[in-house]
Ligand binder design. Structure first.
Ligand code: ZN
Length: 94
């Protein structure tokens, strides 16, 4: 998943984090508003988790729409619950 193409936002205040050029795993990423900070590798791991979660949600929604419009199909789709993430990505298109 191309997480590095997305701008990273703080999960709490949805504020863009200060960009780091050529970030290394141990670089600190921090939110300029609430000063939450984490290592770059941890932030990226959280963002990938967030993207996977969005994808899972979108897939579940699509499947349940298909199931509703097709009465012959009995399908129980487990929707992922809403979670909060420490770090999220901006403008994700699935
Ligand atoms: Zn913040």
């Amino acid at each position: 998943m191309p997480t590095t193409n997305h701008a990273v936002l703080c999960g709490a205040c949805k504020c863009s984090v200060e960009p780091v050029s050529n970030p290394k795993a141990h670089d600190k990423i921090s939110c300029p508003r609430c000063h939450r900070s984490d290592r770059y590798d941890k932030v990226m791991a959280t963002v990938s988790e967030y993207l996977a979660h969005l994808l899972e949600k979108a897939t579940a929604e699509r499947l349940s729409k298909t199931a509703r419009s097709n009465s012959g199909v009995k399908l129980t789709i487990k929707k992922p619950s809403n979670r909060s993430f420490r770090w999220i990505a901006k403008d994700v298109r699935l």
